[in-house]
Design a protein around this ligand. Structure first.
Ligand code: FE2
Length: 341
């Protein structure tokens, strides 16, 4: 009997070491709250989640170079353009299960990757220096007009968030019109593009500029006090505004995930994506990162609700986010040509 038990134990550990029940996640999202979700996934499914985190460029380079030998099963990153470009390099496999299809609206996924959360890139302005008439019905397109001369601040053109925004303008208005727009927009800059989204909000608060474009979760993070009292006070001085409410809606981007073509644990990777799309996971994500949920019927975070960033604005649901990757390179070209640093 004892002998049998020893053999059984041996076989169990041998099988486990060969057929490890795990999933390797390469992620550029640096959120502790994501790790908490992975731990919960493990406790429910028994599937171990190994996290390899880093900057997008480095992670992508590594996965491409390692090719078939790569341990990566799932790549998670922010920005639809980035996901699309990685997909164009033939790195993902079709992993859009029926469950994923049923939960994620079509314009927020492609055949090979899906959004797990949404972000909105909106306008923030100083109430004292921007008139009601100027802000009323404002569209991204209006920010190239002469009344905004020396009043706009925004981060650099190397930001994928900006590249995706301009790509969405190309997708909607065409290259010729967007080139004109970029020229006018850059001409209205109050200062050289620099630093991150939070720094733009600070610049509006301090009076260096009157208006900016930034992702809402940065503003929420500042308001929450997690970035210190000064940033919290600064955020209170600026007002959020959702542009393009009378036409296609506000520009949306995503955090998303795709299963690698070379994945050895693709079933586990799909299970993990499906887990991230459950009600509980979505609530966990939005309450920790201040992003927007990708599935229906999730109550917004209190702070988001109280700062007029709630879910009831018109999101651009007409422009498929997978199109960003088609126009990102062209967008960057236009931006650089116009002198957008
Ligand atoms: Fe970000």
């Amino acid at each position: 009997m004892k002998k049998l038990l020893v053999i059984y134990c041996f076989l169990y550990f041998f099988a486990n070491s060969i057929f490890a029940n795990e999933v390797n996640v390469f992620t550029s999202r640096h959120y502790d709250s994501d790790v908490q979700l992975y731990e919960k996934f493990t406790s429910i499914t028994g599937i171990k989640v190994n996290v390899i985190s880093g900057e997008d460029a480095a992670l992508e380079k590594r996965m491409i170079e390692e090719g078939n030998d790569s341990k990566a099963d799932l790549y998670i990153t922010a920005d639809a353009g980035r996901l699309g470009l990685f997909d164009k390099k033939d790195m993902f496999q079709n992993s859009i299960s029926t469950i994923i299809k049923s939960k994620v609206p079509e314009n927020f996924r492609s055949e090979n990757w899906t959004a797990i959360a949404k972000r909105a890139r909106i306008i923030f302005y100083a109430k004292e220096r921007v008139s009601k008439d100027e802000i009323k019905n404002l569209r991204y397109e209006d920010l190239s007009k002469p009344n905004w001369k020396n009043r706009i601040t925004i981060r650099q053109s190397n930001s994928v968030y900006n590249q995706s925004l301009v790509a969405s303008l190309i997708s909607n208005n065409g290259i010729v019109k967007t080139e004109e727009w970029v020229k006018g927009f850059v001409n209205n800059f109050a200062r050289d593009p620099q630093d991150n989204d939070r720094a733009q909000i600070l610049a509006v608060a301090s009076g260096e500029a009157d208006i900016t474009i930034a992702n809402t979760y940065y503003y929420a993070l500042m308001l929450s006090g997690q970035k210190g009292k000064d940033q919290q006070e600064a955020a209170k001085k600026v007002t959020p505004f959702f542009p393009n409410q009378n036409d296609r809606g506000t520009h949306m981007n995503v955090s998303g995930a795709g299963v690698l073509k070379t994945s050895k644990n693709s079933e586990n990777a799909i299970k993990l994506i499906e887990f991230l799309l459950t009600k509980e996971s979505q609530e966990h994500i939005i309450n920790n990162t201040f992003e927007y949920p990708i599935i229906e019927n999730i109550e917004p975070n209190e702070l988001i609700k109280n700062s007029n960033l709630g879910n009831n604005f018109r999101q651009d649901l007409e422009t498929p986010v997978k199109e960003y990757s088609i126009y990102q390179a062209e967008a960057l070209k236009l931006m650089l040509k116009a002198g957008w640093k």
